[in-house]
Design a protein around this ligand. Structure first.
Ligand SMILES: *Cc1c(COP(=O)(O)O)cnc(C)c1O
Length: 390
């Protein structure tokens, strides 16, 4: 570890690079290098770095009102919640700051609903490979194998089932089960989509057994998969949804959305100092206005097809596996090739991509990247794969 970073707590291996500035799909480091960024703050910069709409929302709100208190209404909070309910199947919104916190809120709300409506049922069914956050309870909900032995004892009440296995899910239901929670596309697991029949089957199981169906759309929400929310692509209506990442376009804000009949919190049961503050909700309004502009999502879908075509060509050329995902949340199965090595070699060539699994690279670029930026990405990826094949 280099001396100059001694005061940063070490929670992940980081390269020595220090980033200073961003613009659209590009990041600039302190040495003057320019990188094509297909990580985008971990799929958070919906409109790229320092998008003008976001800068405008931040600066104009910053001189008007930054925090009035979570115990008062403010204009952007109300407007943002209205936009979210108007564009989804949900009726009410609870704002928080991180994806994990929104998921904690969903778990608490489901347990409260179980107390009121289901004789104290409190157990969740969640899935192998799932990632729901890093608070102790959301780690308990996650199905990431590496989390299992950490920080024991964790929060009880989470039954893990194989993803896309409807029969196993049904077998795991008992009288104390209150909810099923899943990511429509498991992101950290390497971009693994829920099968359409699986998602429809979960909705039917939830109806049959009086359970809540909760979608964690922290990574898939806000246009990432080519529809505003990924559940739309499945033709089902969940009872709750959580949002984070792309909702803030780079700033920390998250949300829990629920159908009216599920909104059973009473005063004193849920809160948070920064929740619904006008500075962050003003930014989310700008993001939502951009993404719901009529031509925006069709363009995301066109970009997705363009990238997918290129990735399939590379896969064929270099003998790799399939292309997974939807919209601009895409992964390539790298076959025998080590994904972390591919990502590291791309970074040497000033392109940032992510390797969430040993044999998968993931792309989560700005939703508004250009075709020429995609061409640059593919040229560098091809160069790296050629070098590795030599
Ligand atoms: C990133 C992520 C989270 C956690 O969000 P944080 O803001 O890091 O707490 C939860 N669920 C999913 C699906 C995610 O991708």
């Amino acid at each position: 570890m280099s001396k100059q970073f001694d005061s940063i707590m070490q929670i992940t291996p980081r390269p020595d690079t220090v980033f200073e500035r961003g613009e659209g799909s590009w990041l600039f480091d302190s040495e003057g290098n320019k990188y094509l960024d297909c990580v985008q703050g971990w799929a958070v910069n919906t409109l790229g770095h320092c998008a003008p709409q976001i800068t405008e929302a931040l600066t104009s709100q910053a001189v008007r009102l930054v925090n009035a208190s979570p115990a008062f209404y403010n204009g952007p909070m109300v407007e943002c919640a209205d936009l979210l309910t108007k564009n989804s199947v949900f009726d009410q919104v609870f704002f928080a700051n991180t994806g994990a916190e929104a998921n904690e809120g969903a778990i608490k709300l489901a347990r409260k609903w179980g107390k009121v409506h289901k004789d104290g049922a409190y157990k969740f069914i969640t899935f192998d490979g799932a990632f729901h956050g890093r608070t102790l309870t959301t780690m308990s909900a996650s199905g990431k194998a590496a989390f299992a032995p950490m920080f024991e004892p964790k929060t009880p009440g989470f039954t893990k089932v194989a993803f896309n296995d409807l029969d196993a899910t049904e077998r795991a239901i008992d009288e104390q089960t209150v909810a099923i929670m899943l990511e429509p596309i498991q992101g950290e697991a390497g971009v693994i989509p829920a099968d359409p029949e699986f998602m429809k089957g979960l909705r039917a199981l939830a109806d049959e057994h009086n359970l809540l169906l909760i979608v964690d759309e922290v990574q898939t929400g806000i246009g990432r998969t080519g529809t505003l929310f990924a559940y739309e692509g499945y033709g089902i209506e969940p009872d709750m949804m959580t949002l984070g990442k792309g909702l803030g376009g780079g700033v920390p804000i998250s949300a829990l959305l629920a159908k009216k009949e599920v909104c059973v919190f009473e005063p004193g049961e849920q809160g948070g100092t920064y929740n619904g503050n006008p500075l962050m909700t003003a930014v989310s309004i700008a993001v939502l206005e951009a993404v719901t502009e009529p031509s925006f999502l069709p363009t995301v879908q066109a970009r997705s097809e363009y990238i997918t075509m290129h990735l399939m060509n590379l896969s064929e050329q270099f003998g790799m596996g399939n292309v997974r995902g939807k919209g601009l949340l895409l992964a390539l199965d790298t076959g025998d090739l080590d994904a972390a090595t591919i990502a590291a070699k791309c970074m040497e060539k000033k392109v940032l991509i992510n390797a969430p699994q040993a044999h998968a690279i993931r792309l989560m670029p700005a939703l508004n990247l250009s075709n020429s930026e995609i061409d640059h990405l593919m040229a560098v990826l091809s160069e790296v794969l050629t070098e590795m094949a030599e």
